[in-house]
Write a protein that binds this ligand. Structure first.
Ligand code: UDP
Length: 325
């Protein structure tokens, strides 16, 4: 079937990689993006494809959104549009809350009105600062004080999840909630604070690689190709509505080791330096010590597992940046 798929935030890192794959599968793809963190460059390769349609605008604009949904017979929505990136969110508190809460509710309400199945991307941020070895979908959440602005993103995404579940229960909206853990790959930019593109850029320019805090904090990075594969599997799976899933890789690495790895692969002359969080983010920041997904649920239901390990992902991402420069 020639499905017609809408991606909000489709010019961003994840959205544009998803659009590329859906076009390969001969789907008709409609992208909405306000190009705040997404970019035209990300969609350049397929801009001329007849199956691809781009609409510039914000998800806060209900009329604009409704016209696109109503006029294009959309079969499925991937809702990815959000103010993302720790630095970006800290610097744009109000916009982040407005887009991530009001914008998402607008998208869910329209999906409900036109009865369109939708996948909502949430975030591992919602688990907060719990020191658990790994996070399971049903785990409690431990968040910091309101004075630490970092937690506003986690709260906004949690509200999105509550909205989605309420629409599912009370309005029968077919919705799937997917909590993304850290993702890496081509087209991700370091401009909004993400660690891997930041370190790669620093390493390729032989500038200091800036590790924040002690560098002992750990993360797990999922390759964008694995991430996109799982997102499409969710769309094709008919019995996952009203469910919440973690999506990520469960191979952990400290940020210190990540810096060393990137320095080695790029054969960089950069020094690895440590910056205090206060220097890096100013006020209102608190880091998460670890963030590893328990992926038993997604593995069982989607029959999916991560194929790419971090070394392989990093090599491909580094090549992407080398070609870009
Ligand atoms: N980080 C770092 N140097 C940078 C950017 C980030 O050491 O230049 C650290 C950051 O403090 C965090 C980790 O890398 O501990 C991952 O940061 P990112 O913003 O990519 O994702 P998140 O914190 O949301 O997992």
């Amino acid at each position: 079937m020639n499905e017609r798929i809408l991606i909000t935030g489709g010019a961003g890192f994840i959205g544009s990689n998803l659009a590329e794959e859906l076009l390969k599968l001969k789907k008709e793809v409609f992208v909405i993006d306000d190009l705040s963190t997404g970019s035209k460059e990300n969609i350049l390769d397929f801009k001329e494809n007849e199956q691809f349609h781009f609409f510039k605008g914000s998800i806060l604009n209900k009329k604009f959104l409704e016209n696109i949904i109503k006029n294009n017979n959309i079969d499925f929505i991937f809702h990815l549009a959000a103010v993302v990136g720790v630095k970006n969110v800290l610097e744009n508190q109000l916009k982040s809350l407005q887009v991530n809460i009001n914008g998402t509710e607008t998208v869910l309400a329209l999906a409900s009105k036109y009865n369109i199945r939708i996948l909502l991307t949430s975030s591992s941020e919602i688990y907060g600062k719990s020191k658990r070895l790994s996070f399971k979908e049903t785990d409690d959440r431990i968040l910091g004080s309101i004075q630490n602005s970092r937690w506003s993103y986690a709260n906004s995404k949690a509200i999105d999840e509550f909205f989605a579940l309420a629409y599912y229960k009370e309005k029968k909206l077919p919705v799937i909630i997917v909590r993304l853990f850290n993702v890496t790959g081509k087209k991700q930019t370091g401009k909004y604070g993400m660690v891997i593109p930041t370190f790669i850029k620093q390493a390729l320019e032989n500038k200091p690689i800036t590790v924040y805090g002690t560098g002992k904090q750990k993360r797990c990075f999922s390759d964008i190709k694995d991430t996109v594969e799982a997102l499409i599997k969710f769309m094709n799976h008919k019995n996952v509505d009203g469910e919440i899933f973690n999506l990520g890789n469960n191979e952990e690495i400290t940020i210190n080791d990540l810096a060393k790895k990137i320095k080695n692969i790029t054969k960089s002359k950069s020094n690895i330096i440590h910056l205090t969080y206060k220097k890096a983010y100013k006020e209102g920041f608190e880091d998460m010590y670890r963030r590893k997904p328990n992926i038993k649920k997604i593995q069982k239901i989607l029959n999916w597992k991560p194929k790419y390990d971090l070394n392989e992902s990093l090599k491909q991402t580094i090549n992407f940046y080398k070609q870009k420069n």
